[in-house]
Design a protein around this ligand. Structure first.
Ligand code: HEC
Ligand SMILES: [Cu+2]
Length: 318
């Protein structure tokens, strides 16, 4: 072996995958802490076990009579691990919540998984398959759904994994911290070609990304497509201002609190809006008659994401 191969071997041997997102070092730290704590407990139990085996072996002279109670020791070995593991849980919960609290300026990317590929669309309408270009150092928000089976969006270098489920939206956000290409995998067995459902994330300098995004894109953005669908599907016949049907105005709806007929109050998130279109009788808005027909079977996943993108781009009355 020459020195070159040695160096390459050394570089290819890492305990953890390359770390390329803002969440990755946090996830690695948590993982290491968990490993050390669990390892310490396991080693402690093994040492005590061995010590007891030797001390109380057959024929040893150790005293085996009644054991004297030591309350201090019992409390310590019960409470200390309890507190340590609760602390670990709190830490993990804190990081977990961060993953789902999306910064408001995050760039939206619309993801549709299907057997067996990833379809992605950017804010300006540019589409990609099995490849996602993102800018370095900017938060990116994923709005994901599946057209068929359950898939899972997995980017090891970003320490990111999220199920992509038919019939609802799941989301995540990330911020890339390294330039380069990183593997994208499906981490949920989704059929015979599951293992071929591979892609890559390409992290570019923001200026290159902006140029890439504009290059060769003749399509309208999802928000514009959404507005067009809103007219074509006849939503505007009821929901537009000045319509004769009494229906709520939809501008600025995402994130708003909605009072429902049955007394519940819900936040109009992506899943609420999706259900309002496909299952209109599930959540009827207070003060309105349940006259909206279901659009299940008439709108595709692309249409739904476009309608959502349009709603997110609108501003309602303050
Ligand atoms: C026949 C009239 C009619 C049509 C057509 C219609 N809607 Fe509605 N929509 C309503 C009414 C009335 C409500 C309020 C009662 C309810 O929640 O069902 C409503 C509620 C909603 C809500 C929940 C609003 C809120 O404030 O929480 C959304 C979102 C929505 N519609 C979207 C759409 C979209 C998108 C389309 C087109 C694909 C559409 N609607 C077509 C009448 C209509
Ligand atoms: Cu899959």
């Amino acid at each position: 072996m020459n020195g070159d191969t040695d160096a390459r071997l050394a570089a290819s041997f890492r305990l953890l995958a390359q770390s390329a997102s803002s969440i990755a070092p946090r996830s690695d730290l948590l993982f290491t802490a968990m490993l050390l704590l669990c390892g310490a407990v396991a080693v402690g139990v093994c040492i005590t076990l061995l010590w007891f085996c030797i001390r109380y072996r057959q024929g040893s002279a150790a005293v085996r009579g009644t054991v004297e109670r030591k309350l201090g020791i019992e409390l310590a070995w019960t409470l200390l691990p309890l507190l340590l593991f609760i602390a670990l849980f709190t830490w993990a919960a804190f990081d977990f919540v961060r993953l789902y609290r999306v910064p408001p300026d995050a760039l939206p990317v619309y993801v549709i998984a299907k057997q067996w590929m990833w379809k992605l669309q950017h804010r300006n309408g540019r589409r990609e398959i099995n490849e996602l270009h993102v800018p370095l150092g900017q938060p990116v928000r994923l709005v994901m759904t599946s057209q068929d089976a359950i898939h899972s969006f997995f980017v090891p270098a970003f320490r990111l994994k999220q199920d992509v489920v038919p019939g609802r939206y799941t989301g995540l956000w990330f911020q890339a911290t390294e330039l380069g290409e990183f593997p994208l995998l499906c981490a949920e067995f989704c059929g015979s070609e599951h293992s071929a459902m591979l892609g890559r994330i390409v992290v570019m300098p923001p200026a290159d990304y902006a140029r890439w995004l504009d290059a060769g894109n003749a399509q309208p953005g999802p928000a514009q497509q959404g507005f067009a669908r809103f007219r074509q599907l006849g939503c505007s016949g009821c929901h537009a201002a000045g319509s004769t049907v009494h229906a709520p105005a939809l501008e600025g709806l995402p994130g708003r609190l909605v009072h429902l007929q049955d007394g519940r109050t819900v936040v109009a998130d992506d899943n609420y809006i999706r259900d309002s279109i496909l299952l209109p009788h599930k959540d009827v808005v207070a003060g309105f008659a349940p006259v909206m027909p279901s659009f299940a079977g008439q709108v595709s996943e692309e249409d739904l994401q476009a309608l959502l993108a349009w709603l997110h781009s609108t501003k309602g009355p303050p």
